[in-house]
Write a protein that binds this ligand. Structure first.
Ligand code: SF4
Length: 215
């Protein structure tokens, strides 16, 4: 299991309707809702973010292809929108991409770039099966099993575990659910284990440095 991002996008909302901050690898984006749904329109709403992602992915994919071919195409414009409909008795979302090329392009180039657009990674994601998994971080006292060595103690709360598979798929040298003593604190450097434990979405894992505890 390898996530797309080293660090996940972190979204937060307070009581200021409906301003959200989205922390990404190089800064913070604001999203909001339009005024007619109670927001202040301070940033793109979730539909706009989705449609914007389709637009930018199509443009970048075309530009990469154009650069590889060495074609002289100074700009491309795309208009993207979506609607929802019932098609073949099923609720379906239709996303339209209208591309405007400079007049200097040949028909062949236009056809090729249209083809390339349909191969952009975001379209592929949206056209394939998507599964959402949602985890809730828990805190509090519950049965805890400890696995440790001189340097560290890993505390595991089985009742909190939501079986995300994240720990054992990303650090199998330490987490191996196919054996009874499933956590091996000697399987990786303490720093790496600590980092992995911060990725546990349920609060089932906790890292304790025995050195700090003693001090
Ligand atoms: S990462 Fe946490 S929630 Fe996921 S399987 Fe491991 S202990 Fe359980």
């Amino acid at each position: 299991m390898k996530y797309k991002f080293e660090q996940p996008i972190i979204g937060k909302i307070g009581t200021d309707k409906y301003k959200c901050t989205l922390e990404w690898r190089n800064g913070v984006l604001i999203s909001d809702e339009p005024e007619d749904t109670g927001g202040k329109d301070l940033g793109p709403d979730p539909y706009t973010l989705l449609v914007g992602s389709v637009a930018s992915c199509a443009l970048v994919t075309m530009r990469m292809y154009i650069d590889r071919k060495g074609w002289d195409i100074p700009f491309i414009q795309i208009k993207v929108n979506l609607y929802q409909d019932i098609l073949n008795d099923r609720p379906t979302t239709v996303i339209d991409r209208d591309i405007i090329f400079p007049e200097t392009l040949t028909e062949e180039q236009k056809v090729k770039l249209k083809e390339i657009t349909s191969l952009c990674p975001i379209s592929k994601i949206l056209e394939a099966d998507i599964k959402f998994r949602t985890f809730i971080f828990k805190t509090g006292e519950t049965k805890t099993i400890k696995y440790g060595n001189e340097e560290i103690t890993i505390r595991w709360r089985p009742e909190f575990c939501q079986h995300s598979t994240r720990c054992w798929k990303q650090l199998p040298q330490v987490f191996n659910p196919s054996v009874k003593h499933w956590i091996n604190p000697d399987g990786a450097p303490a720093e790496r284990i600590h980092e992995q434990i911060t990725r546990c979405p349920s609060g089932a894992l906790e890292f304790v440095s025995n050195k700090e505890k003693t001090e």
